[in-house]
Write a protein that binds this ligand. Structure first.
Ligand code: ADP
Length: 252
């Protein structure tokens, strides 16, 4: 379980990105985090594994206080948390398979990981994970040759190699067209349902949040302004929350 309590983030330049977020996420949920650009979605996700240091408040992951974890504990917590980014963050010159194998680095003895020497079990797992996201046939292609949607599926397979309990996805489909967005989100939905991986996914498209999430939260200026079921947030409610600014968002 994930328990975020009264988390604030003030960046060194004085920007208040989070203003006291309190949120509990139960195992197996697919939570979509909605909000305008600058609302604090990315900062919230990054506070969970301390890619961003919260200024105050606590984040508990499976009972361990991330905010007070030492480096060994933090490494341990991070192996449980797969990250997916808008820009895929894959190594374009390397093969798809190598990219997926790097997901194992946090849990592979350093001596093996050096020089890309993985165990044969790692190769088998990597191929199985590529199979799950429907691109096993691309394993030996350079990752940069794949389409955006396929590259994001490589990123999902890489995250799966960690055998994570959580996946944090920061605007995973913001660079993709609507059809491709579905092809990526359906795999996140699948690993959520089949493997019970808890998913937190930042999205700025209401219809996608409603389609894939089991729960939707909305942020506005660093505050939690909605927390409920996907069916409870329709276009009207969305406009009520964001006012004129809702027009900026794709809400079809
Ligand atoms: P979102 O993901 O909802 O677009 P972010 O979490 O990226 O929002 O940003 C929240 C606020 O924090 C914005 O005002 C943004 O400009 C600011 N911000 C994000 N990162 C930094 C940083 N490293 N330094 C200063 N301000 C930042």
């Amino acid at each position: 379980m994930l328990a975020i309590h009264d988390v604030h983030k003030v960046f060194p330049d004085g920007t208040r990105a989070l203003n006291g977020i309190t949120l509990e996420v139960q195992d197996g949920e697919f939570v979509s985090v909605l909000g305008l650009s600058g609302a604090g979605k990315s900062t919230l996700l990054r506070c969970i594994n301390r890619l961003v240091e919260p200024t105050s408040g606590t984040v508990m992951v499976d009972g361990v206080d991330v905010t007070r974890a030492d480096s060994a504990q933090l490494r341990q917590i991070r192996t449980k948390i797969g990250m997916i980014f808008q820009q895929f963050n894959i190594i374009k010159r390397a093969t798809v398979l190598t990219n997926v194998l790097t997901g194992r680095l946090g849990v592979t003895p350093v001596s093996w990981a050096f020089g890309n020497r993985f165990r044969s079990q790692d190769y088998e797992d990597a191929m199985a994970d590529l199979e799950r996201v429907g691109i096993a046939s691309k394993a030996h292609q350079r990752a940069g040759e794949l389409s955006g949607g396929q590259q994001q599926r490589v990123a999902i397979a890489r995250a799966l190699m960690q055998r994570p309990r959580y996946i944090l996805a920061d605007e995973p489909v913001a660079s993709l067209d609507p059809a491709t967005s579905h092809s990526v989100l359906k795999y996140l939905e699948q690993v959520n349902r089949e493997d019970g991986i808890t998913v937190l996914c930042n999205l700025h498209v209401l219809s996608l949040a409603r389609r894939y999430a089991t729960r939707v939260i909305a942020l506005k200026a660093g505050e939690l302004v909605f927390d409920g079921l996907p069916d409870d947030i329709d276009e009207a409610r969305f406009k009520q929350i964001y006012g004129q600014d809702a027009e900026e968002l794709e809400i079809q």
